[in-house]
Ligand binder design. Structure first.
Ligand SMILES: Cc1ncc(COP(=O)(O)O)c(C=O)c1O
Length: 399
């Protein structure tokens, strides 16, 4: 008797896309580096080229290792289809170029990832696409802009680096009423903690570089959702060529198998650390959706199953305190990344909002004393002790 119950996410992360068993086949998905795939039978070749039969022709279009990665993320997000890109930004920009045309109107928020903001402010306008960036915390204001006309609604929740939370179901409903395609960047939450498609989105995007891969050794991006939309996005990607490299897909696949273990630990540790930081000397404010003090905690509790592995906090003493605090951390890379097995810390000035001036960061509510801290899978006791001693360094040397 076969067990046809829907597997739970931890099982999906391990098995999805890899269930086929042929006698003597490798148990692990191999890294297929070949650029092209040969056919002696021209009919078969033609059939694959036309899409009438399964198979691969050329690596810019499709690749077997990449296809398994796409299938795993598709299953984790509960999507109809998925297509992978070389990076998260390639996935975001590719989605815009594939779906938008001059005269279209995009509604989004001011707090999207810095690279995404630059596409909104510098590139889309050049192509005649009007982008309105709303106050992230003003849900009624965003709804009003959507009602004024919106072909694409772009949401990111929680946001980078101040962990603001959008009411995805409410805004997706407003977007659908206006006839918009609703897109959600789910990088910070991961498919384990949040399912934007179930909340009403048409498409979900990930920077797979972050939690999906989890080991900071492979760049990647992926878009999943409605099959018709994914076909258009895939078409743009196969023509313009921002394809995921098979070696990166191999590493991302290996990382994905432990996604549930990693994210469970990171959820637990981040909540514990956020609670501790709220009472710590020298910390002005802590931003984490799992804290009851978070302004949108109730929304987060409704739409998220866990609150994620990233938090940020503002140090008393601004940038001078950050300059003492960061190098004192023992168990964190000081680097422009997040979602890895190692804890990673940085400031928006050198990471997510490196593109902005200090004035622009201030306008976004990002103080110069803010630290973004991505919690790794280390023992939380060690991380808490490390944070305590680094905060002491930040305080004692303050003048
Ligand atoms: C929320 C979010 N979306 C997208 C990206 C872009 O991803 P990538 O660096 O893989 O291009 C990032 C990168 O930090 C991010 O944090």
């Amino acid at each position: 008797m076969t067990d046809d119950r829907q597997p739970r996410p931890a099982t999906t992360a391990v098995w999805a896309g890899e269930e086929e068993r042929r006698p003597g086949a490798p148990t692990q998905t191999p890294m297929v580096g070949s650029v092209s795939f040969g056919y002696r039978d021209l009919d078969a070749w033609l059939g694959v080229a036309r899409g009438d039969r399964p198979g691969h022709i050329y690596g810019r279009n499709t690749n077997p290792t990449v296809a398994v990665f796409e299938e795993k993320v598709r299953c984790l997000e509960g999507a109809d289809a998925a297509t992978a890109f070389a990076t998260g930004m390639a996935a975001i920009a590719g989605t815009f170029w594939a779906l938008l045309e001059p005269g279209r109107r995009v509604v989004s928020t001011r707090d999207t990832y810095g690279g995404t903001s630059v596409v909104f402010t510098d590139y889309l306008p050049r192509w005649g696409v009007d982008t309105v960036l709303c106050d992230t915390e003003d849900t009624a204001g965003i709804e009003a802009e959507i009602a004024r006309g919106c072909e694409l609604l772009y949401l990111e929740s929680p946001t980078n680096p101040t962990l603001k939370v959008l009411d995805v179901a409410r805004l997706a409903a407003a977007g659908r009423r206006a006839g918009a395609t609703v897109v959600v960047d789910n990088t910070f939450a991961t498919p384990l903690n949040q399912s934007p498609l179930a909340l009403g989105a048409h498409l979900v995007i990930h920077s797979a570089t972050k939690f999906l891969g989890g080991h900071a050794d492979a760049l990647g991006g992926v878009v999943c959702g409605d099959a018709g939309l994914i076909r258009r996005i895939f078409r743009f990607r196969e023509i313009t060529g921002a394809s995921l490299h098979p070696e990166a897909a191999y590493l991302l696949l290996r990382g994905l198998k432990t996604l549930e273990l990693r994210v469970s630990r990171q959820n637990e540790s981040a909540l514990r650390i956020a609670r501790w930081l709220e009472t710590a000397d020298g910390v002005e404010a802590v931003h984490y959706p799992g804290l009851p003090s978070h302004p949108a905690h109730e929304v987060a509790a409704r739409q998220m199953r866990g609150f994620g592995g990233v938090l940020s906090f503002a140090l008393e003493g601004g940038m001078a305190a950050v300059e003492r605090f960061l190098p004192a951390l023992r168990w964190a890379h000081l680097a422009a990344n997040l979602g890895a097995v190692e804890s990673v810390a940085g400031t928006p000035a050198t990471t997510s909002h490196v593109e902005c001036t200090p004035e622009e960061r201030a306008a976004l509510g990002i103080p110069e004393g803010l630290v973004r801290y991505s919690v790794g899978i280390e023992d939380p006791e060690d991380l808490l002790a490390d944070l305590a001693q680094a905060l002491a360094v930040a305080r004692t040397h303050g003048g």
